[in-house]
Design a protein around this ligand. Structure first.
Ligand code: S3P
Length: 169
């Protein structure tokens, strides 16, 4: 199987499935899976508590550190939905990674957001839509390719990403 020479980074809105897709993809590519949210939680505690006690700006600092550390490995890396709003992150992703933007039409999103733990989702789907609209351009601007996840089974999404990577087996 052809090997990736750069980390593969998944970006996209909250709840699109970056972690689930990333894990499955890492397995299929026989690569390590990293999740920048999980790295932040392991080091600094729950995301909701970081936002509440230290503020979003501090969370974004932790996120820049986590992204830069994750990029040291040729791994599949899931990022938080807000990672590309940082110019530092956009620059380093452009230099060091292959970036896959996972997009969605949002139709099945409300059930996925119901788990909580996302401090920016204060008003359900309305806040999700607003935030996605604000960030769409950032996702598109750093993506090497986009995969629309709307209404597709996990296996199909993983296969589409592999095709985009030229790993079609
Ligand atoms: C955020 C997305 C979350 C998490 C944090 C902030 C965002 O990750 O990093 O709650 O700003 O979009 P997911 O995209 O995995 O939900």
């Amino acid at each position: 199987m052809p090997r990736l020479t750069k980390p593969l980074v998944l970006v996209g809105p909250m709840g699109v499935g970056k972690t689930t897709i990333g894990k499955k993809l890492a397995k299929a590519l026989d690569l390590e899976f990293l999740d920048t949210d999980a790295m932040i939680v392991a080091r600094h505690g729950a995301i909701a508590e970081i936002f509440a006690n230290l503020g979003e700006a501090k969370f974004r600092e932790f996120e820049v550190e986590a992204v830069s550390q994750a990029l040291e490995k040729v791994a599949v890396i899931a990022t938080g939905g807000g990672a590309p709003i940082s110019e530092t992150n956009r620059t380093v992703l452009g230099q060091k990674a292959v970036v896959c933007y996972l997009s969605t039409d949002g139709r099945h999103m409300s059930s996925r957001l119901s788990g909580g733990g996302r401090p920016l989702i204060t008003d359900g789907l309305d806040s999700w839509r607003k935030i996605y609209a604000e960030r769409k351009h950032s996702y598109e601007s750093i993506a090497n390719f986009e995969v629309d996840t709307s209404n597709k089974p996990l296996a199909v999404i993983v296969q589409e990403i592999k095709i985009q990577l030229g790993i079609n087996e």
